[in-house]
Design a protein around this ligand. Sequence first.
Ligand code: G3I
Length: 362
Amino acid sequence: MVSGLIALTACAGNDTPVNARSSGTTTTIAAPSCAKPATCTTRQLADAAGVLFGTAVSLQHLDEPDYQKTLLETFNSVTPENDLKWAAIHPKPGVWNFGPVDDLVAFAEKHHLAVKGHNLLWDQAPPSTSTTPKWVLAIKDPQRLRVVIRDHIATLMGRYRGKIDRWDVVNEPLETLGSAVQKNHFWRVLGNDYIAEVFRIAHAADPRAKLFINESTVEFMPAKAAALVALVKGLVARHVPINGVGIQAHLVSGTVDAARLEQLVGDLEALGVEVAITELDVPATAAVGPLQVQARTYAQALGACFVKRCREVTLWGFTDRYTWIDGAFKKGLAPLPFDVNYRPKPALDAIRQRLAAILPSN
Ligand code: G3I
């Protein structure tokens, strides 16, 4: 987390490097200077407000000058969109494709960005769309699967120890459109307790990292939200080492019930875990004033986080030029705060206002 020290200096015209604490590791960050919120970059506002404002990053675009410039001016945290997923980084037994994540981590170190690890375990249905590779899906012996999971997690968390300070340990443990635990490969082979087991493995691999469950669609499905709260409550009660919960918030309807989201953030925080919004995007679906509705929705989502203790909002990309929504839904829903030519949209202004509203001077 970005420190209060930065919060005090960032918008005050101070170029002196200060120390920021991130999950126990100390990094030197050059506090940026900007005289008042209107002249701050969005990243400076986030630093000054003491929040992580992040984006998913597609490694293949990182060399594009406009992509990189916009990213660096806007965010203080990055999450690899796909390159850490099991099938991408560990596609075959003993075969590791560390290159893209190594590059992102080096980029992040150079530019003083935090990095979130997404993700250690995620098996979606059907198997053809799973980000767990076929060789892992073929393991039916529980002891063998445990050994393989332990090796996968220990290798990744060991390699990026001190560089990736928080991890999505289990992604989407609940059914996408239901509230039961997803009966995925890990559940079938290891049993109902696989989630607790994997968190313990992750904690052993890097005791200082923050460990998250990351879940989708809870912001509009009350029964699923309640199931998530119950799941986390059970883990906490058994002292499973879980530090946080990510609410993805792909707001595919283009709107959000802010009161419900705020309630969910509060219910989870009451269990003693951190809450973050981890994959926010807002398709511009409204027939009238779509960009204004989109801006308001972004503001509501950030507001529902900041009104509680929640101090991380990560967007699932930032330019409409590159968004998973184009492939998964229909093209042109333009869900992000910069357009295809990296021009800021009203949503960016709304985000900036939310960040400015929580600056320490307010
Ligand atoms: O790797 C191939 C590449 O070789 C080929 O050129 C390209 C052409 O289509 O396809 C590539 O793979 C795609 C990959 O994205 C990289 O672009 C996969 O087919 C595609 O399924 C994959 O989709 C990703 C999806 O997760 C599944 O992993 C999306 O980019 C990514 O945004 C999405 O992110 C998820 C989060 O991880 C979890 N929460 C939901 C979110 C949205 O689905």
